[in-house]
Design a protein around this ligand. Sequence first.
Ligand code: FAD
Length: 390
Amino acid sequence: MRTQVGIVGAGPAGLLLSHLLWLEGIESVVLEARGREYIEQRVRAGVLEQGTAELLERAGVGERMRRQGMVHHGIELRFGRRRHRVPLTDLTGKSLTIYGQQEVVKDLIRARLDAGGQILFEVDDVRPEAVEGDRPLVRFRYGGGEQELHCDVVAGCDGFHGVCRDAVPAAARSVYQHDYPYAWLGVLAQVAPSSDEIVYASSERGFALHSMRSPQLTRLYLQVEPDEPLERWPDERIWEELQARLGTDDGWTLGEGPILEKGVTAMRSFVVEPMRFGRLLLAGDAAHIVPPTGAKGMNLAVADVRLLAEALAAWYKTGDTGPLDAWSATCLRRVWRVQDFSTWMTTMLHRAPGDDDFQRKLQRARLEYVAGSEAAARSLAENYVGLERV
Ligand SMILES: Cc1cc2nc3c(=O)[nH]c(=O)nc-3n(C[C@H](O)[C@H](O)[C@H](O)COP(=O)(O)OP(=O)(O)OC[C@H]3O[C@@H](n4cnc5c(N)ncnc54)[C@H](O)[C@@H]3O)c2cc1C
């Protein structure tokens, strides 16, 4: 097989890249290890920055998001059993859209297939090769047979556990990693959200988050131990802990309902530099992971591929390699800004096992500052809604 851009991974990064390239008249083939149904049901992120939502609109894949997404103008911080609203739109002029990542994936798959795009699901044993030269290829197994995809460049959009990053020789990459001493237990509950906006709660018992996926579905998270066994969290214990951590003194109540799904997610920061090696370009989670507290993972993946599509279009149309040469450094500026913001939000809101009273007092002072100072709230807000330029 031959195409212009070989894309490994049909997550938000790979699918959106394929779609944006198609809009520029550039061909691609997407290779995905999982089945279509699986990736269309995989519940993950759900907060779209305004820039992300606008890009999906402009690219012609925003129709369902416009109808079903929930536009938010603020978030709430809770500590000391009190509520403090951060009015994002008043402070920045921008809003957020709550729309599940799996819905973005569904919209993009449909758009690609309707346009005759090629997504090969359930491929196996994917191996990017010869990426140092100008004739890279991807070998893989598909339908029981060995296949080769020849292309001009390979986009490694295969997430944190993918194979593309390892195609870069260890000596040619630098890795920066930080593991946090806690994880998130996430649940999806069949109950109407109890708040109109996302609630971030810092309590003596640890962090909790109340979010939503639709008017009938609530998404909730609890800070737990890293590698926490799910068996330790029967539904009754989850609700009890959520009630305790999210509770306020002003009579707010958390509605409970059947838990449809639960899982534990590790909290990690990770960056590989550079994001380009020869003709291999690593985008999205394949190149970086942020702790989910700042709701940035999918937005970063989208920012990477927007720039990558523009850089590839410039190269194909005019032969200008400038944007492609600058792509990794341009992306990494945003990656580190977001890494810092996500770490700041995380450490401000979670209770680390070794924290002493001094740390707790500092954490409280930071929360009070954001709640009480417009300048501090504005800084949080502009990062949360997404910076246009970094
Ligand atoms: C459990 C979980 C919960 C999350 N929750 C949040 C959240 O609440 N908020 C937030 O902002 N972010 C969250 N994130 C992060 C966010 O979902 C990611 O940042 C986002 O998915 C990145 O998109 P991507 O396309 O780069 O990678 P992915 O979505 O991981 O897509 C990579 C794709 O590549 C495929 N693949 C992997 N290996 C291969 C291979 N060898 N060959 C072919 N295909 C391969 C995978 O099946 C997958 O479809 C969460 C992530 C996880 C794992």
